[in-house]
Design a protein around this ligand. Structure first.
Ligand code: MG
Length: 509
């Protein structure tokens, strides 16, 4: 029995039948999402083994349901239909893609990847804690081998890495990323040198050392989320080792943060970052719920939303002024610093070996390093054996700092142990799109930073909802960006943004 039509959204009978069949896949995803949220927050430590077993079984079941012959037949039928609206075409696009991916990778390879990445994650943890790459090396070699095979199965036109990029960002290609990096790397480096000479943005700040009371900081985070408009009846804030956002439905989007007890900007901005991810999911058109297009368009577009709130809004003088009173009231020690001084702490610029702690200006250099190495691993030009020294040389040359050891260098990120090769570039893509959103918001919302300073975040939320959020994944990411922001991904917007923020803005403060 097909679902009832949703006027103007889902009307075609074939689409309605697809959506009806899809509902169980959605429900499975909902359950798996809740399980993974629980794993990171409240699950007792010894639950991990059975949880992994259960998740693996459900993931296999999900694949089976996606390849269900009846569903595949319906999707193929829908591919030939004419007169579908944008939402209906979105459903067909997302499912065709899922089917194509599930079909092209042999189940044995999927199982092998799952098994090795489970072992590799443990090996990576040990290797990192002992700062010894050789303990991780054999696992990474197997993972690279599997990812190369995967690329061959998926197919590509120009570059084998294209096939892997596409898994994380639909339609993203090496030729796109090469062109983006070519445009931003020189501007980042020259801006960085000027920032160092001018000295407004410090490398260190005394507030980094100041310890805070965790309860007080939690009050700050909750008050900031209130101010930004996080709806507590549709979300939660919990604590996890690595902050994340999880969408269980349009009306249940949860975030986590972490409290290290010092350097309070880390807890603050990770919360604002996750708010950006959450808002995207919370503002998807409710009529799309429980369908294949209910979630955000891609990793890159998602990251653009979190970065927009974290960096463009959060690390701004306007936002600093807005939350100054709240910080003084709850933390107390911030009273010794005026808003400009507080802003300098929020936006300090310091080249360091670790990506996750790096500043907005040098962050993309870290991604470029990984991007170049991953491309080389997939073509075979880079050998796993040579990674530690290549990593260190590139870090020194690009970022100006040489990691002290493997833990600080090649072993710092978890991604490769999860067989996630092709994921890193979506971070840079997110930063580029965030700068485009900055530009568009400035053009559409008169006095954008005045709105921030006055706490009128409703106007900003509505702008994002109307342009980007409400569509879910109706459009492929490249199409959405152009439709919402008036031009294809344009790295010059990022150059304009960092030049304005790091060189022009300090002169006006
Ligand atoms: Mg993120």
């Amino acid at each position: 029995m097909p679902l009832k039509p949703v006027p103007g959204v889902f009307e075609n009978p074939v689409i309605l039948e697809i959506l009806e069949r899809y509902r169980v896949i959605w429900a499975l995803g909902h359950a798996m999402g809740l399980m993974s949220w629980d794993s990171e927050t409240y699950m007792p430590p010894k639950g991990v083994e059975e949880r992994a077993l259960a998740s693996g079984e459900l993931a296999r079941l999900r694949q089976k349901l996606i390849l269900d012959p009846e569903l595949v037949k319906l999707v193929e039928k829908a591919e030939r239909l004419e007169g579908l609206n944008d939402y209906e075409r979105g459903v067909v696009r997302v499912l065709s893609r899922a089917i194509r991916i599930a079909r092209s990778i042999p189940p044995e390879l999927v199982a092998e990847e799952a098994r090795i990445s489970q072992e590799a994650r443990e090996a990576w943890r040990r290797a990192r804690s002992e700062s010894d790459f050789s303990k991780f090396k054999p696992y990474l070699e197997r993972i690279v081998e599997i990812e190369r095979k995967k690329a061959e199965h998926l197919g590509y036109e120009d570059h084998p890495y294209d096939a892997l990029l596409d898994l994380y960002e639909e339609g993203l290609r090496v030729k796109d990323m090469d062109a983006y990096f070519d445009r931003i790397i020189p501007t980042i480096r020259s801006t960085f040198e000027k920032v160092r000479r001018e000295g407004f943005y410090p490398e260190r700040h005394p507030l980094e050392e100041v310890r805070y009371d965790v309860k007080a900081m939690e009050r700050v985070n909750r008050a900031v989320l209130d101010m930004l408009g996080y709806p507590w009846d549709r979300g939660r804030l919990d604590v996890s080792a690595h902050p994340f956002t999880i969408e269980l439905g349009v009306n249940d989007v949860r975030i986590t943060t972490r409290y290290e007890g010092f350097d309070f900007r880390r807890a603050l901005f990770s919360t604002v970052h996750e708010f950006g991810h959450a808002l995207y999911e919370l503002q998807v058109d409710e009529r799309l719920k429980a369908t294949p297009i209910a979630g955000g368009a891609s990793m890159g577009v998602h990251e653009s939303q979190s970065r927009f709130w974290e960096n463009v809004i959060g690390r701004s003088p306007a936002f600093t002024s807005r939350i100054k009173g709240l910080l003084d009231e709850n933390l107390g020690f911030t009273r010794d610093y005026d808003p400009v001084e507080l802003y300098r702490y929020f936006a300090l610029v310091r080249p360091i070996p670790i990506r996750v702690d790096s500043d907005e200006l040098t962050y993309n250099l870290h991604i470029y390093l990984r991007y170049e190495l991953e491309k080389g691993l997939i073509t075979g030009e880079v050998k796993v054996d040579d990674l530690p020294s290549l990593w260190n040389d590139m870090s020194e040359e690009l970022i100006g700092v040489r990691p002290k050891n493997d833990a600080e260098g090649v072993l710092q990120d978890i991604h490769w142990s999860l067989a996630a090769i092709g994921y890193f570039p979506t971070y840079t893509l997110g930063n580029l799109i965030a700068a485009m959103v900055w530009k568009a918001a400035d053009a559409h919302l008169k006095g954008f930073y005045t709105l921030v300073e006055e706490g009128r975040f409703d106007a900003i939320r509505e702008f994002l909802r109307e342009k980007i959020h409400r569509w879910g994944s109706t459009y492929e990411p490249k199409v959405l960006v152009e439709k919402a922001l008036g031009e294809p991904v344009n790295p010059e917007r990022f150059n304009e943004y960092i030049t304005w923020k790091y060189l022009d803005l300090p002169r006006k403060l």
